[in-house]
Design a protein around this ligand. Structure first.
Ligand SMILES: Nc1ncnc2c1ncn2[C@@H]1O[C@H](COP(=O)(O)OP(=O)(O)OP(=O)(O)O)[C@@H](O)[C@H]1O
Ligand SMILES: [Mg+2]
Length: 257
C-alpha cells in the first residue's frame, strides 16, 4: 500500500467499472486497513460523510444514554464492516464519547485485521470459554475506541448471539461506553442480525446503492422488525458523485431510538 489510497469498489460488483465513492486519501499507518479513512485522513470528503451520519445518529439519542446499535445489510458485501468501523471512528472524534465495536460476524470476521489487532481472543472465547471481558476488550490505536473481535468460529453462532451471556455483555458494556456498535452477518440467509437486533436499541441497514433492489431492502426491514428489532435508519454505500458533489440523500431515519 502506498502513501495514498483510493476507496475501491467491491470486486464482486465488477460489471460497472465506473468508480464510486472514489477519492484519494492519505495512509498514515500501514497496519491499519486503508478503508478506515476516518483514521487515516479525517479531512477527506469520505470522512465528512461518516460525520454527517454521526450527527444524525446523535440527534436520535436525545437523552444521551448509552445505545447499542446493530449494523447489518440484506446481502453480503454491501459495506457493513467498513461503514461501522468508520462510523465508530467518527464518534470517538468527539472526544467525550467512548465506543466499543463488536465483531459478531463469526463466519467472516474482519474488524480485528482491519484495526491491525487480529481476530483472537474474542467474543466467542468469552461467551464459550468464560474468558474475562478485559482479555477481549482490545485497545485500538484510537483513544476511546475499543474492539471486541469475533474469536474462534463457534459451531452455533446464532444461538451464541441469542444467549443470556450475550445479553449480559451488552448491559456490562453500557456501563463503560456511550455506543456499542455491532458488525453482523447479512440478514439473508442468516438470522444472527435479527436476533441480536431484537435485543439492541436499534438497527442500521447498510444498503449498496444501485445494487440492492428496493424490494429486497423492504424484505430485510420486515425480517428485522418481525423478529422484534427496530430499524432506525439506513446507511448508503457506493454513492455516485454528482459533479464534485456527492448526493446528499444517502441516509434517512425513521424514528427515535
Ligand atoms: N462506502 C463505500 N463506497 C464504496 N465501496 C464501499 C463502501 N463501503 C465498502 N465498500 C466496498 O465494499 C466491499 C465490501 O465491504 P465490507 O467488507 O465492509 O462489506 P460487508 O457488508 O461487511 O461484507 P460481508 O457481508 O462479507 O461481511 C469492500 O471491498 C469495499 O471496497
Ligand atoms: Mg463484513
Amino acid at each position: 500500500m502506498g502513501l495514498f489510497s483510493r476507496f475501491s469498489k467491491s470486486a464482486q460488483d465488477g460489471k460497472n467499472s465506473e468508480p464510486v465513492d472514489s477519492e484519494l486519501f492519505v495512509i498514515v499507518d500501514r497496519s491499519v486497513d486503508p478503508h478506515l479513512v476516518v483514521y487515516h485522513d479525517p479531512r477527506a470528503i469520505l470522512s465528512e460523510q461518516y460525520r454527517h451520519f454521526r450527527t444524525n445518529l446523535l440527534a436520535l439519542n436525545k437523552d444521551g444514554s448509552p445505545k447499542s446499535v446493530v449494523f447489518t445489510s440484506s446481502h453480503k458485501g454491501e459495506g457493513k464492516s467498513i461503514s461501522v468501523a468508520n462510523i465508530a471512528l467518527s464518534l470517538v472524534e468527539l472526544g467525550n464519547t467512548r465506543v466499543c465495536l463488536v465483531d459478531t460476524d463469526f463466519r467472516a470476521p474482519v474488524l480485528g485485521k482491519m484495526f491491525g489487532i487480529g481476530e483472537e481472543p474474542g467474543l466467542s472465547d468469552m461467551l464459550l470459554e468464560g474468558l474475562s471481558l478485559d482479555k477481549v476488550l482490545h485497545q485500538t490505536k484510537t483513544e476511546n475506541l475499543r474492539l471486541i473481535c469475533s474469536g474462534r468460529e463457534p459451531r452455533n453462532p446464532t444461538e451464541l448471539l441469542g444467549s443470556e451471556r450475550m445479553l449480559d455483555l451488552a448491559s456490562a458494556l453500557k456501563k463503560d461506553f456511550q455506543y456499542i456498535l455491532f458488525d453482523t452477518p447479512p440478514i439473508f440467509p442468516y438470522s444472527d442480525a435479527c436476533i441480536l437486533g431484537s435485543r439492541c436499541n436499534g438497527i442500521i441497514l447498510v444498503v449498496r446503492m444501485d445494487h440492492t433492489p428496493k424490494s429486497t431492502v423492504e424484505k430485510a426491514v420486515k425480517s428485522a422488525e418481525s423478529a422484534g428489532g427496530k430499524v432506525i435508519g439506513t446507511f448508503l454505500t457506493a454513492i455516485r458523485p454528482i459533479g464534485k458533489e456527492y448526493t446528499r440523500e444517502y441516509y434517512y431515519y425513521k424514528e427515535s431510538t
